[in-house]
Design a protein around this ligand. Structure first.
Ligand code: PMP
Length: 414
């Protein structure tokens, strides 16, 4: 049996597809081909049911209530914290903080740890391939503190140049915030090596796991990152929920992010004392329903098997890359050795936007543009790319449709 057939056998993609009701719909009279998974993934029926079940059976505000519904809602909400702890192999549930998403998780660290620790003249290091949500919060912080943001350069394959990273490190470097897997290129960064190097110099590191958490095994203790951020909606879970993992020692020393209910121990007009972790960072009523359904999404991934999913996605990545590369004038942007299942490309004399519209006419959803990574597009001297990003439910037949669609578009547009 070929390697590809073995992978197909171990993961029944067609059975998986049955669990995602949206995949049965048509777009512009054609079966939907959904290749915009890096923006947000589709949701299985079990996640949709979890949302419905919460609102129909035990909707209540959490933590403070003593009635049955409040107790049930609190228990379900806190079970997600335990599930997240297991999923990323954190040391304790107190290190798991719920936010609105990766963006809010990064902002939380910039506003709390950053404001407390970054001083005039300090430097924060990011990379050339960061999403805007891992650039702008550091720029805002550094502007306020008269500090500087520096970016690690990348090579033409879209890989970090490690020697250049080492050269950037100095006494002034206080913080590094780095993406684990690039949403525009697919590159998987050597975060463990970066963290090891940084820690030797006492530098604190945040890893943006928005794209990696769905594809890779995440073990924050082994990685030894100080902070790790990700979003539920890229993991087959609902929108509006994210996670910030932080090492307990760091979180304990940080001031709260927002003030309000839930995050206090006692309030008087003279003085307020703050709640213990993780509640110190969870002011106000959280997104209860979506947080509860995140656990269902994690269960779904665990039951399917992350290793099997990864092998299937790698197979799709290899196949799509090989097929697309045969199209004259097409250039893949991001050819790192280690990639998640993202293929970005440009075609001579074809604007990515036009390509996106023509593909949509054939029911194929791709993303076009700068993907919230404008400095990265500048690095490659392009306005944007066409990006196809694959999930566990995608198939080679769908990639064939994409390739045909691109070929037709090229004929029409160039
Ligand atoms: N970082 C990366 C690498 C991303 O891909 C994204 C989402 N496109 C984000 C951060 C921001 O995530 P969210 O919009 O869910 O906060």
């Amino acid at each position: 049996m070929t390697e590809s057939a073995t992978i197909q056998k171990e993961l029944d993609v067609y059975a998986i597809r049955q669990q995602f009701p949206i995949l049965g719909r048509e777009v512009k009279g054609k079966p939907l081909v959904y290749f915009d998974n890096a923006a947000t993934s589709q949701k299985p029926q079990s996640v949709i049911d979890a949302l419905l079940n919460y609102y129909t059976s035990f909707n209540a505000n959490i933590h403070r209530g003593i009635h049955t519904l409040a107790e049930e809602a609190t228990a379900a909400f806190e079970q997600t914290r335990d599930a997240v702890k297991e999923f990323i192999h954190a040391g304790s549930r107190e290190e798991i903080i719920f936010t609105r998403g990766t963006t809010e998780s990064i902002n939380l660290v910039a506003y709390t740890w950053g404001r407390q620790n970054i001083k005039e003249g300090d430097e924060v290091i990011i990379s050339c391939m960061e999403h805007h949500s891992n650039i702008v919060p550091w720029q805002m912080l550094c502007e306020e503190k008269k500090a500087t943001v520096k970016a690690i350069p990348i090579n033409d394959n879209g890989e970090i140049i490690f020697e250049e990273f080492e050269k950037l490190l100095s006494q002034k470097t206080k913080f590094i915030s780095i993406v684990h897997a690039s949403n525009s290129l697919g590159t998987i960064n050597p975060v463990k090596k970066i963290i090891e190097t940084a820690h030797k110099k006492g530098i604190v590191v945040l890893v943006d796991g928005a794209q990696s958490t769905v594809h890779l095994d995440i073990n924050v203790q082994e990685m030894d990152c100080d902070f790790f951020a990700f979003s539920s909606h890229k993991l087959y879970g609902p929108t509006g929920v994210g996670v910030l993992y932080g090492k307990k020692k760091l979180l304990e020393a940080m001031p709260p992010f927002q003030g309000g209910g839930e995050m206090i121990k006692q309030v008087t007009f003279e003085k307020t004392t703050y709640a213990d972790l993780p509640y110190k960072f969870e002011a106000g009523t959280p997104n209860i329903a979506d947080t509860i359904a995140l656990k269902t999404a994690l269960d779904f991934i665990n039951e399917t098997g992350k290793d099997k999913i990864r092998r299937h996605e790698n197979e799709l990545l290899k196949y799509a890359t090989a097929q697309l590369e045969q199209i004259p004038g097409l250039k893949i942007i991001g050819k790192a050795k280690e990639k998640v299942s993202v293929v970005s490309f440009v075609v001579d004399n074809v604007h990515p936007q036009d390509m996106g519209i023509l593909l949509d006419n054939r029911g194929i959803a791709v993303r076009t543009g700068h993907h919230c990574t404008q400095p990265l597009m500048d690095r490659f001297c392009i306005p944007g790319t066409v990006r196809a990003s694959f999930a566990m439910y995608n198939t080679k037949e769908e990639i064939d449709e994409l390739v045909k669609g691109v070929q037709r578009a090229v004929k029409m547009l160039s």
